[in-house]
Design a protein around this ligand. Structure first.
Ligand code: THU
Length: 162
């Protein structure tokens, strides 16, 4: 038996330490939490994607009385970005969330498994690493690529015939 350890590099920033471009993306994600439709969970999530052509595409979570029909902010944003600009890579995705008291959450927001998988597909399509910025009032996590959020991930390559 052999034990493999997987290390995930996570940079932790205070808001003031972020670059102007990263701050702008985080600000957009925060702003988008006010466009969220979350009458059931009261958890308002916003996301902003920076594309390789310089465009910023934004989205928020959109819930539904039939709960599974709702969709997270990350998927709203990436599906929209990939629909509008099918051949343009997403270079970075920022995510922010407010809880039911209306406050931005303290710890960096943690995307669900389905969104991580969709981020991975979007990154594969783009052919370039997608940086992830997770906002929390106590710190912002930066991950260099989607695999850092989804170790041992499954992609189309895993189905390729050798
Ligand atoms: N949600 C997101 O939009 N993104 C996340 O990263 C976590 C969860 C949404 C889904 C649902 O509308 C609400 O937050 C509560 O789960």
């Amino acid at each position: 038996m052999k034990e493999n350890k997987i290390e995930i590099p996570v940079k932790v920033y205070a808001y003031e330490e972020l670059s102007e471009a990263n701050r702008q993306l985080i600000d957009k994600a925060k702003e988008m939490t006010y466009h969220s439709y979350a009458p059931y969970s009261h958890f308002s999530v916003g996301a902003a994607a920076l594309l390789a052509n310089g465009e910023i595409v934004c989205g928020s979570n959109q819930e539904n009385a039939a709960y599974p029909s709702g969709i997270c902010a990350e998927r709203t944003t990436l599906f929209y970005a990939n629909s509008q600009y099918p051949d343009v890579a997403v270079k970075a995705l920022a995510i922010a969330a407010r809880n039911e008291s209306g406050e931005f959450i303290e710890q960096p927001v943690s995307p669900c498994g389905a969104c991580r998988q969709v981020m991975l597909e979007s990154q594969c399509r783009g052919g370039a690493p997608m940086r992830i910025l997770l906002y929390g009032t106590q710190g912002i996590y930066e991950l260099a690529k989607v695999e850092d959020l989804l170790p041992l991930c499954f992609t189309a390559e895993d189905m390729a015939v050798e």
